[in-house]
Design a binder for this molecule. Structure first.
Ligand code: UD1
Length: 350
């Protein structure tokens, strides 16, 4: 079976690495990796390939940054050329980025069967580009791998249950696998001088592109009772001019995956607008505050593990003080989502 994996942004490298590790063990599957080039800085892209031992992409489409229409359009055109050349049996896409949407559209228009990993997630906020990407991807893909039972239920509501299967979450597999490998070589230098801290990330346009929201978040980070370590996405760094904050906020460059897991493991709590980090916090039993208006990962909201605090400074300062948690549920599968996905694809082949 020839499988074309289409990836382009940081969280997709992590998800695809977990599935690729399983694929490599199966001689009858030949995986072609197509990198759209959506993320191109070394520390946003190449370091993940090296550290997670993902094979060098067979195709690097070098699309880079642009407006949504232009970026997606360039991807569509270049992916189509590759798919025509390679003619894979399946195309595999991940998550909800512009690379996911472009890969899916290019494949379905060529009548190539397409499978979507992390299907069925919804924030019900259509202003988010990711929400449009996942709705469109789920509706036109042939096979949907849902990470949770709630995702299955949402797919059912949209009339998509016939092509949906519950696989569990590949990011849970990934945290289980890589946290075993954590050791001091992955300790970021910032931890030489700080040992108790909150870990934060901010990159969503709804926060970065709205100076008032960004200021509220940085004001809250300046006032919380522990230092806030903030590996900063390039999108956010470019928009920090004029934002005021104290030296309680420790800005560092983006870190690689194992450094991030290390930071997470020794953090007290997490403050983030990332979907992936909300879950990783949950998997490592770290309480999280979500700097958004809604979360797709509703399972994490149970038992005080995750609070939606948006960009509300007072709410952030209130919820950071909550310290009573209930036992977690195992909503994200059994840590073998990637095995299930690969087996299921092979079964489809017959
Ligand atoms: C994208 C995804 C988002 C995902 C995130 C992970 C979409 C619509 N969004 O958001 O779902 O959570 O990736 O990080 O696909 N930039 C650089 N260097 C890079 C990459 C980006 O400088 O290597 C800067 C550019 O100025 C660019 C901006 O960041 O314009 C945004 O990058 P883009 O890939 O469009 O979206 P993300 O915000 O990273």
């Amino acid at each position: 079976m020839k499988l074309a994996t289409i990836i382009g942004a940081r969280p997709q490298f992590i998800k695809a690495a977990t599935v690729s590790r399983i694929i490599k063990k199966i001689p009858e599957v030949n995986e072609i990796i197509i990198h759209t080039g959506q993320h191109y800085d070394r520390n946003m892209s190449q370091v993940f390939f090296e550290q997670l031992q993902i094979s060098t992409p067979d195709y690097d489409l070098k699309v880079g940054s642009a407006s949504h229409g232009k970026q997606t359009g360039m991807m569509l055109e270049r992916i189509e050329d590759v798919l025509l050349e390679e003619n894979p049996d399946w195309v595999l896409t991940y998550g909800d980025t512009n690379s996911t949407l472009a890969g899916t559209l290019a494949a379905v228009k060529l009548h190539i069967p397409t499978a979507h990993v992390e299907a069925g997630l919804r924030s019900f906020n259509r202003k988010m580009p990711e929400e449009i990407n996942r709705i469109a991807t789920d509706h036109v893909s042939d096979l949907l791998f849902a990470p949770t039972k709630n995702a299955m239920r949402l797919l059912d509501k949209e009339g998509l249950s016939e092509k949906a299967v519950f696989s569990g979450d590949v990011m849970y597999d990934s945290v289980l696998f890589y946290s075993e490998l954590l050791n001091n070589t992955y300790k970021p230098p910032i931890l030489d001088s700080i040992d108790t801290y909150f870990l934060a990330t901010i990159h969503r346009p709804e926060n970065t592109d709205n100076p008032q929201r960004l200021q509220n978040i940085f004001s809250a980070f300046s006032e919380v009772n522990l230092p806030v370590i903030l590996p900063l996405h390039p999108r956010t760094r470019k928009l920090l001019d004029g934002i005021r904050y104290t030296d309680n906020v420790k800005i560092i460059d983006p870190v690689d995956y194992l450094q991030m897991l290390y930071l997470l493991k020794f953090s007290s709590k997490v403050l983030t607008d990332s979907g992936g980090l909300q879950k990783e916090a949950y998997f490592m039993q770290k309480p999280c505050l979500t700097l958004r208006e809604q979360s797709e990962w509703v399972e994490t909201l149970e038992g005080n593990w995750n609070f939606i605090v948006a960009a509300d400074k007072n709410l952030i300062l209130e919820k950071i003080g909550v310290n009573k948690f209930e036992p977690q549920t195992s909503a994200f599968g059994n840590g073998k989502a990637a095995d299930y996905i690969v087996e299921h694809l092979l079964k489809q082949q017959g």
